[in-house]
Design a protein around this ligand. Structure first.
Ligand code: ADP
Ligand code: MG
Length: 401
């Protein structure tokens, strides 16, 4: 494996370059939820690792301080490590709003585990990977601590350039691997064995990434995965039911979860103009043009094609439930979508949900005249817009009033 290829792959993996990230970069927005796709907590990933014969330290999980204390006693270890379970990395250097510094703590005294757990559970932990208010810690891992004589980075991730998985490793320091192989071949063997097992796991669970940082070595030469982060291919959900069933969704934005139920693609953003659009391209353009006119989108919502009246209603319900929303901008281009279906959904939603914020509607395409008639006959205070630019301008102006 060429070094440049490895570093490129590593960069791609570490950046988790998803379309969501690209979108947010483009809009210069931050999203409200730290995650969207299936991610498992460290303890869940480690369970999967154990099942594949990968070496992880003994651990329990606890959701109360007294349980954590009990777990620490039960472990009966020389030293114990207490780790906050959130989906973001960088926990070791994180800070809690309880004042406690560090989401990973080592101690020899089980009583201290109880005290620390008290300052972790129920508090928000902020790390360089979380939103700025952090993420509430609902569970901690109580594990046996081991001395680590060497910490390395190891990951397996899907790489487009290679059309397959790439292994990325980074030894700490410039350790000469040939020398290690000659002086202590058992270490190479053990690492290779662990890597082989991690690769088997990568294939078995349809992972897109298995990241172990640190993959550590104890003074006795034991190779152990001290941290675990596995990302999964959502397209494999149908054959990975057990893995996907572990997703507790507690760190997801509830609105995104609800939207997914109705087949709506919703991403919460931090502005105040709700967007109601069909097609991802048009949704992006709409967010962009709102930005151009000095507004900020409250969300990215793609209704998709083949929209039913019920979906329109549910989408409106989601948008209006957001207290930040001060105006709604509908921008629909009816190709497959029948504008009249949208118009009926909108009028029904406006009446039933007693819409309180200004609504600007731009419809174009299939059956647009009928749709316009439905809207104007409704008697509802809807501002009609001629085109995308006009619509964005009117939505921004509606808020400034
Ligand atoms: P994060 O990556 O979120 O900061 P880690 O699980 O990597 O969290 O833990 C941070 C650091 O804590 C590790 O780099 C390692 O030095 C130490 N550590 C973690 N687990 C153990 C353990 N079981 N025994 C000893 N040290 C540990
Ligand atoms: Mg780590």
């Amino acid at each position: 494996m060429a070094a440049s290829m490895a570093s490129q792959a590593a960069a791609r993996g570490l950046r988790t370059a998803t379309s969501k990230h690209l979108l947010l970069d483009k809009l210069k927005c931050t999203w409200r939820s730290p995650r969207r796709w299936l991610n498992l907590q460290e303890y869940q990933s480690k369970k999967l690792m154990q099942e594949s014969g990968v070496a992880v330290q003994r651990f329990y999980v606890a959701d109360t301080a007294s349980e954590a204390l009990e777990a620490a006693k039960r472990l009966d270890a020389k030293e114990i490590v207490l780790k906050a379970q959130i989906l973001a990395g960088g926990r070791g250097k994180g800070v809690f709003d309880s004042g406690l510094k560090g989401g990973v703590h080592l101690t020899k005294d089980p009583a201290v585990v109880g005290e620390l757990a008290n300052k972790m559970l129920g508090f928000n932990l902020t790390t360089k990977q979380t939103p700025k208010d952090g993420v509430k810690v609902k569970m901690v891992m109580v594990a046996e601590a081991l001395d680590i004589s060497r910490e390395t980075y190891f990951a397996i991730l899907m790489d487009r350039a290679c059309n397959g998985p790439v292994m990325v490793g980074s030894p700490q320091g410039g350790m000469d691997i040939e020398e290690v192989a000659a002086s202590s071949p058992e270490l190479i063997f053990k690492a290779a064995d662990q890597i082989k097992r991690l690769y088997d796991l990568f294939l078995k669970v349809d992972a897109t990434q298995v990241e172990v940082n640190p993959l550590g070595e104890t003074p006795e030469g034991q190779v152990v995965c001290f941290d675990a982060k596995i990302s999964f291919d959502d397209n494999a959900e149908f054959r990975q039911k057990a893995v996907f069933a572990m997703d507790d969704m507690t760190e997801s934005d509830p609105t995104e979860t609800e939207a997914a139920k109705w087949d709506l693609k919703y991403i919460g953003l931090d502005g105040n103009i709700a967007c109601f659009v069909n097609g991802a391209g048009l949704a992006m353009a709409t967010c962009d043009i709102i930005d151009l006119h000095g507004g900020k989108p409250a969300n990215f919502l793609d209704l998709g094609g083949g929209v039913k009246e019920r979906q329109v209603y549910e989408a409106f319900k989601l948008l209006t439930a957001d207290p930040k929303v001060e105006a709604i901008l509908v921008n629909i281009f009816g190709g497959i979508v029948n504008c009249a279906v949208i118009a009926n959904g909108i009028t029904k939603a406006c009446r039933e949900l007693e819409l309180k914020v200004p609504l600007v509607v731009r419809l174009e395409g299939t059956n647009v005249n009928e749709a316009k008639r439905i809207l104007s006959d409704s008697g509802l205070p809807i501002t009609a817009a001629e085109n995308l630019d006009d619509a964005a301008r009117k939505a921004v102006a509606a808020i400034k009033k």
